[in-house]
Design a protein around this ligand. Structure first.
Ligand SMILES: [Zn+2]
Ligand SMILES: [Zn+2]
Length: 334
């Protein structure tokens, strides 16, 4: 695909290369050969579970046991319980995206500390709906994103509620469910890589994915600000649980991770700094480079498919030069 960003600047590169952003972005030790078990365990803790993986796991239990209708009531599609889950999902997304947006972009509580590029939000721009990046992003996230997320989630509950797939219970299968819960993150990342590659097929890019890519300076509400076609592909990850038996908590977990974690990864800041001592990882420098250069980093650091397929940009000058050279050759051969 020919990107609309043929003029390469080094703005993101130079800011991503900040020590805070962790450049060079390295392939996780999980894929090292010979194996590095200690480093892998440390990475699983700090790269997958702590803090956000555990936050989503905890929230999934709370959501299922306190904020969801009973499975029995979901045997028949009815608007009241489906609308309840939609409202719940909108509220949970807002709970993450709104404070992040307020702290980073309205109050500018940490200035440009750990900011991943020098642009701020496009407050008025005709490329966005309502001429506002924030309003545009909120519209697509809530009207289309939360709706399609909710429909896939409800369809999945309905399948379990009617016994088309048996619910796996915690009392019988703790280890299976814990492992499947952990694997849920990797299933989501893997699915995202392949769906995202598909979205960069020129026709799908022009029709759908371009909507997400208008956010050259992403912010929390940009996370699932996508075209409905992209939402259909993106949330089709729920189909995994149409064949792999699970407990509803994992269905919730998948939805929360898929629906809310992009608010963090699109925050545009590598860390949230509150006060002097509270530094919480947020934005994703790896994906930020995708928003800037389009043809690198289609997936996530954790699954490393970009390394395998040659599109890994680690945020260094060497990677930037290699990318620039590749672009130059592509433009010459066009
Ligand atoms: Zn994105
Ligand atoms: Zn993309």
């Amino acid at each position: 695909m020919t990107s609309s960003n043929d003029t390469i600047d080094t703005e993101v590169y130079s800011s991503v290369a900040m020590p805070d952003a962790g450049a060079p972005i390295e392939v996780p030790p999980l894929y090292a050969w010979p194996p590095k078990p200690v480093a892998t365990l440390k990475w699983i803790w700090s790269g997958v579970l702590f803090p956000w993986g555990l936050v989503f796991i905890g929230l999934a239990f709370l959501t299922w046991f306190l904020l969801s209708p009973s499975l029995q009531s979901m045997q028949v599609f009815e608007w009241d319980w489906i609308a309840g889950i939609w409202i719940r999902n909108v509220a949970l997304l807002t709970l993450f995206a709104a404070p992040l947006h307020w702290w980073l972009y309205v109050r500018r509580g940490q200035g440009v500390t750990t900011k991943l590029n020098s642009q701020w939000q496009a407050k008025t721009s005709s490329k966005f709906l309502f001429k506002s990046q924030l309003k545009d992003n909120m519209f697509w996230s809530i009207a289309s994103g939360c709706t399609i997320w909710t429909l896939f989630e409800c369809m999945t509950y309905w399948i379990y509620a009617n016994g088309y797939i048996d619910v796996v219970h915690w009392v019988d299968s703790k280890i299976y469910l814990l492992l499947l819960g952990f694997l849920t993150f990797f299933l989501s990342w893997t699915h995202f890589y392949f769906v995202h590659r598909l979205l960069h097929w020129p026709l799908l890019y022009r029709v759908a994915h371009v909507l997400h890519h208008r956010n050259t300076s992403p912010q929390p509400w940009s996370g699932i600000s996508m075209h409905p076609i992209e939402h259909l592909l993106y949330f089709s990850v729920f189909c995994i649980f149409w064949v792999v038996p699970a407990h509803p908590v994992l269905i919730v977990l998948l939805g929360l991770f898929q629906g809310i974690s992009p608010a963090l990864s699109h925050a545009g800041f590598a860390q949230i700094n509150v006060g002097q001592h509270l530094n919480i990882p947020s934005g994703d420098p790896f994906h930020q480079l995708h928003h800037k250069y389009y043809e690198v980093n289609y997936g996530n650091r954790a699954t490393a498919f970009d390394k395998l397929f040659g599109s890994w940009h680690d945020g260094t000058i060497e990677a930037q030069n290699a990318f620039r050279e590749r672009r130059r050759k592509e433009l010459l051969s066009d």
